[in-house]
Design a protein around this ligand. Structure first.
Ligand SMILES: [Zn+2]
Length: 304
């Protein structure tokens, strides 16, 4: 009898708690977490599986990831096969029916974004590690940041209708702040429109399109394939011919080849972060652009 009473009391106590429970959001990458945080505010908890300084193509699975996924109400992924090597098995193993592909709690953010580099012909292994559904590094364009944030806000509202107005308001506020920041970023970049750069991996097509730069080559001979001596020699010749003075790479690539290319061509090698958390102080979506545009414009000034 006491046991029954206790159960009854616990049910009574749990009911109001359950309705005030925050949505537990887990994301594959820090950028999706940052955008979810912008619109979700204190009505959600959010955590990323990958760290911002890690290569999002290759993340080593840890048991703690399964625990996160098991308790998630909503999983947000970048999609376009960026996480194909590590996320799908984790989602399956989590045994959490709420976040399986096709379930309400599974959100592929690429559906909201403008996607570049969609292959027009068949994709084969000979082309390297090409992303066959288009370029998944799409969050590095503030327009896509807006679109993704809106998509996440709508999803949160669908899952937690009581807070719909809150999420919408947070989105409007984010949209406004992006608009203001964008004016500043575009003004900083305007003098360098059309500047030629080389990048390590093809991670920056949305970024360069938005800010008017021109990528003329890659350190990787083909996407996902490490540098080769033959390709590096050709790249150096091309960079000299085209007067390319800036080479950008992500923090998780080996800097040996970029540095030797820099030494041979006089180009500055910049380690830019493609993600929130790529450096300790880069704690939100805005700071990614602040940081990268700061370093880029400095390098362009120095290499007029
Ligand atoms: Zn990639």
């Amino acid at each position: 009898m006491r046991r029954i009473l206790l159960c009854f009391l616990m049910t009574m106590l749990a009911a109001p708690l359950a309705s005030a429970k925050k949505l537990n959001v887990v994301t594959s990458t820090t950028d999706m977490a940052a955008l979810a945080q912008e619109v979700g505010g204190d009505k959600i908890t959010v955590e990323s599986i990958a760290r911002g300084y890690q290569d999002p193509h290759f993340v080593e699975a840890k048991p703690s990831f399964l625990l996160k996924l098991r308790n998630a109400d909503l999983l947000i992924s970048v999609g376009l096969q960026l996480e194909i090597g590590w996320l799908p098995p984790l989602v399956t193993q989590s045994g959490n029916p709420r976040i399986q592909p096709g379930a309400t709690g599974y959100l592929d953010a690429s559906q909201f974004a403008q996607i570049l580099d969609i292959p027009t012909g068949p994709v084969s292994r000979a082309m390297g590690d090409v992303h066959p559904l288009g370029n998944p590094h799409y969050w590095l364009d503030p327009d896509n940041g807006r679109r993704i944030a809106k998509g996440i806000a709508d999803k949160l509202a669908q899952m937690d209708p009581a807070n719909q107005a809150f999420f919408e308001q947070r989105y409007q506020d984010f949209e406004k702040r992006v608009g203001e920041a964008e004016k500043r970023w575009e003004a900083q970049m305007a003098p360098f429109h059309g500047r030629k750069i080389v990048t390590y991996h093809n991670s920056w097509p949305n970024f360069v399109r938005h800010f008017g730069l021109n990528v003329v080559g890659y350190v990787e001979p083909r996407p996902g394939i490490p540098p080769s001596p033959g390709h590096t020699v050709q790249l150096i010749q091309m960079m000299k011919r085209e007067n390319v003075k800036v080479l950008i790479m992500e923090p998780y690539f080996d800097s040996k080849t970029p540095n030797s290319i820099g030494a041979a061509t006089g180009a500055k090698v910049l380690v830019l972060t493609p993600s929130v958390g790529g450096e300790k102080d880069i704690t939100d979506y805005f700071k990614v652009f602040d940081y990268d545009i700061g370093l880029l414009t400095q390098a362009f000034h120095a290499t007029q």
